[in-house]
Design a protein around this ligand. Structure first.
Ligand code: AMP
Length: 473
């Protein structure tokens, strides 16, 4: 088996990897890291969950010269969630080389991001629209940016961002190195690659099935009116640590959320009609393991890296086989296994058959019996504490106050990211964040409180210098 060292990564980067706890490279890492280190352009056909962020992020961290204070690398993402996720990952990968990673995304004050950029930043991770805004305003200069990554390019296409992507690329040096990652390769993405990549090496992580191999997949015939009741039955039988229940539309998402909540379940909804603040709140609660069941639409949950998810339930049959693979890929992440159960109404049988053809295997019938056999062994997630509420509640926690609140343009995700970055704590270790107008409250493990106060005080968040102290002190 290949090691990270054999891929050509340098000691500081290997040290960062030891800290995050990755032991062996995933397939995409094995194939993409050497050419990227060698300066080649790469097309990676891989989706979230394959380890693609490290595949482009590790060579990037090795490439950056931390002593040169210009933007040397850019990662474009289709969504704000992915932007935040990639930023957190890159900060971890670059922690031993003091690489400064700045996140810029819509829905947050642009002035604060401009201030952050003025303060430096070797790597910028941004959503397409916001990056173009900043470039147009002259706040983000890309003339020294020689390492460019387009992450989830097919999503950018779906969201209508390709033209803006081209505008951004045209402000970067023509001699840059470019990597493009995409789960699928529709013609406009190929055309983009033809225009902007130079003799790219294509790295394909087999067929989509490959990445959901580790997921046990079932189908369950249902009648329209009994679906909610069936869902409750399935959840009771399966006892998931954490489950995402996928529905097709925002309205159905909200309806199902209410139904489950009214049955007394601990559940949250994630869909595009929520405000960013609400979405961040839901995400954090779910990631922290405080909520076992999340009802979500595809768009809202796409690309989310939640490695504690044990179950995916397709309450509605996905609109396409690709969507099926995307959804089911939310569980059974790198080296772990998961279970996926798809509800099928009579009139949707053909859609399910199309999915079976696409993944190249039949999907077995679910029954309470199928759930009675021992659940597959799931490895303890690498960077996450046990996702049970009970467990978290047992641990002594300390309540802290952070200076600066909404008025300072700080958002929950930024605050959590800043603290975890400064302390190398898990994102989950920071919980119960309440963002108020002038300050924020948060909880951390009691035995970490002093270290958090010491390390995170003085850190910049959205242009504000954090000060932390114990609540009530
Ligand atoms: P990604 O596909 O980049 O979103 O990564 C999916 C998940 O796998 C993230 O939680 C990563 O932290 C984790 N991961 C990535 N590479 C490895 C690796 N080589 N070993 C273990 N976990 C990994």
């Amino acid at each position: 088996m290949t090691t990270f060292k054999e891929l050509g990564l340098s000691e500081p980067v290997l040290a960062a990897l030891r800290e995050v706890g990755y032991e062996t490279p995933s397939a995409i890492q094995e194939q993409a890291i050497p050419p990227l280190l060698g300066g080649r352009d790469v097309i990676g056909q891989a989706q979230t969950g394959t380890g693609k962020t490290a595949a482009f992020g590790l060579p990037m961290m090795q490439y950056i010269d931390p002593d040169t204070d210009v933007v040397q690398a850019l990662v474009l993402t289709p969504t704000r969630e992915l932007c935040i996720q990639v930023t957190q990952a890159l900060r971890a990968y670059g922690s031993t080389r003091a690489v400064d990673v700045v996140a810029v995304f819509g829905g947050a004050p642009i002035r604060n991001q401009e201030a952050q950029l003025r303060g430096g930043g070797h790597v910028v991770v941004g959503t397409v629209g916001r990056v173009l805004d900043l470039v147009t305003r002259g706040s983000l200069l890309l003339h020294d940016c020689r390492y460019v990554v387009l992450d989830e390019a097919d999503e950018m296409l779906d969201l209508g961002f390709l033209e803006d992507v081209e505008k951004i690329l045209s402000t970067t040096p023509s001699g840059r190195q470019t990597a493009l990652f995409s789960a699928t390769m529709p013609p406009p993405i190929r055309a983009l690659a033809d225009r902007y990549l130079y003799e790219p090496l294509i790295v394909e992580i087999a067929s989509a099935t490959k990445t959901i191999d580790t997921v046990e997949q079932f189908q369950l015939p249902v009648e329209t009116r009994e679906k909610a009741a069936k869902l409750v039955e399935v959840l009771r039988a399966e006892q998931p640590d954490q489950a995402i229940v996928f529905v097709r539309t925002k309205i159905r998402c909200d309806q199902l959320f209410r139904t489950l909540r009214d049955k007394g379940m601990n559940v949250r909804a994630l869909h595009g009609d929520l405000t960013q603040g609400q979405r961040d709140g839901v995400m954090l609660a779910f990631k922290a393991g405080r909520v076992p069941v999340l009802v979500a639409t595809d768009v809202a949950a796409r690309g989310l890296d939640i490695s504690t998810v044990t179950h995916v339930i397709n309450f509605d049959v996905p609109t396409s086989p690709d969507t099926y693979v995307h959804r089911v890929g939310r569980t059974g992440r790198v080296g772990r296994s998961g279970r996926a159960i798809t509800f099928v109404e009579d009139r949707q049988k053909r859609e399910l058959e199309a999915i079976e053809r696409h993944i190249g295997m039949p999907i077995a019938a679910w029954s309470a019996g199928a759930s009675a056999k021992p659940a597959p062994v799931t490895e303890r997630p690498r960077r996450h504490s046990k996702p049970h509420v009970r467990h978290a509640a047992d641990e002594p926690r300390a309540r802290l106050v952070a200076s600066g609140g909404r008025a300072a343009g700080i958002e929950v995700a930024d605050l959590v990211a800043a603290i975890t970055h400064a302390t190398s704590l898990d994102g989950e270790a920071v919980s119960d964040v309440t963002m108020l107008e002038r300050f924020a409250l948060l909880s951390v493990p009691a035995d970490e409180a002093d270290r958090v106060i010491e390390r995170a005080s003085g850190v910049e968040v959205a242009g504000h210098t954090l000060a932390l102290e114990r609540a009530g002190a």
